[in-house]
Design a protein around this ligand. Structure first.
Ligand code: ZN
Length: 360
């Protein structure tokens, strides 16, 4: 993928920088672990510090001093999941801020304007992310609304210009819950409208894994191969490998950082709960093959101690390690694809990834 802030080899995992920061990870450390693009949340940044602050800073890249690509979501997902939703109609969505209860409205046009002010390399359309399970009639109506909103987002994109002299792409979002005919309808209509890339939304919201894979496969057979395909909010290392096999290029998930902050480490030999007593005097690194700062310098015993003592360094080391692991995973997947041995490599990885080391 080519953006105004650099190229992104795919498949790629995007660390989540909700508030303009990947929690507990410095920008220089993001570079060190090999992050090529990060994600920012429109809803959060719009409410705090507010669009005017970021506009005056010269855009989000300058504000947070990150010169590589940034993808921003449209805020829709957080409006539905975090805020006090007050109204949803043809025009857009009205909600109360989860900070102070103030009333706000997002429309397809306004979320494009907000993302213009943020200056993200990749902007997302406003959509309604339906829950699981979702009634078919509701899913059909919601899907139709999301399509009309996508069209309005595209028109607003064409009416507006980037504010900081760097081009911005717009990705559409396929919805349709777990109904194949709705997914197909959504994907075909969006492809006809024509976007720079396509996301698959509304998955990993509680449906069985097999259902998620089935919907993903259905979408990737319709969405064009030459455009980036992004599976939103996914997922575990296994989910990522299964989805790469199904043709997905981009992923984002809070799992590596959130689980890390709870003492769970992803390693090449399986997952590890560092709080487990077996690590009290284990002076090996978390992952002997990992090249992250923590694995190069500290032992499992020390990191376990930091986690148990609730030290800030524990949050940093865990987040850095898990992001290193996720980025290593997608890099290795790319190498395996290029070498024509993805299926074989993936089978080996899945065997390792399924191990819970602490339970052995
Ligand atoms: Zn590491």
């Amino acid at each position: 993928m080519v953006t105004g802030h650099g190229e992104i080899p795919t498949p790629m995992f995007m660390p989540v920088g909700t508030q303009g920061t990947v929690k507990a990870v410095e920008q220089r450390e993001l570079e060190e672990v090999g992050a090529k693009i990060i994600l920012g949340n429109t809803y959060h940044l719009y409410l705090r510090p507010g669009v005017e602050v970021i506009r005056h800073a010269g855009g989000l890249h300058k504000f947070i001093n990150w010169q590589k690509p940034i993808l921003t979501d449209s805020g829709g997902y957080q409006v539905f999941s975090l805020s006090d939703l007050r109204g949803l109609n043809e025009e857009g969505v009205t909600f109360k801020s989860h900070h102070d209860g103030s009333l706000h409205q997002f429309t397809p046009e306004s979320v494009i304007e907000i993302q213009r002010a943020l200056g993200s390399d990749i902007m997302m359309v406003l959509d309604e992310c339906t829950p699981y399970p979702c009634d078919q009639t509701y899913a059909r109506e919601s899907n139709a609304l999301t399509l009309r909103w996508a069209e309005r987002c595209k028109q607003q994109l064409e009416r507006s210009r980037p504010l900081y002299g760097v081009g911005q792409s717009l990705f559409a979002i396929v919805q349709g819950a777990t109904y194949p005919e709705l997914r197909e309808f959504s994907a075909r209509n969006l492809v006809e409208m024509g976007f720079d890339g396509y996301a698959i939304g509304g998955l990993a919201v509680g449906e069985p894994e097999e259902e998620m894979y089935r919907m993903t496969s259905l979408c990737t057979t319709i969405l064009p191969e030459h455009a980036p395909r992004y599976l939103m909010g996914v997922g575990t290392p296994k989910n990522i490998l299964e989805s790469i096999e199904r043709g997905v290029d981009l992923f984002d998930c809070v799992m590596p950082t959130r689980n890390g902050r709870n003492g769970m480490f992803f390693t090449r030999k399986g997952t590890m709960n560092i709080k487990n007593a077996r690590y009290v005097q284990d002076f090996k690194p978390v992952d002997e093959e990992c090249t992250c700062y923590g694995c190069r310098n500290f032992s499992r015993a020390y990191i376990r101690h930091l986690v148990k003592a609730k030290e800030i360094l524990a949050l940093q080391l865990a987040s850095i390690h898990n992001l290193s692991f996720y980025l290593w995973l997608v890099r290795s997947a790319r190498d395996a694809i290029l070498a024509g041995r993805f299926a074989e490599w993936k089978a080996g990885q899945l065997k390792n990834l399924s191990v819970e080391i602490s339970e052995e």
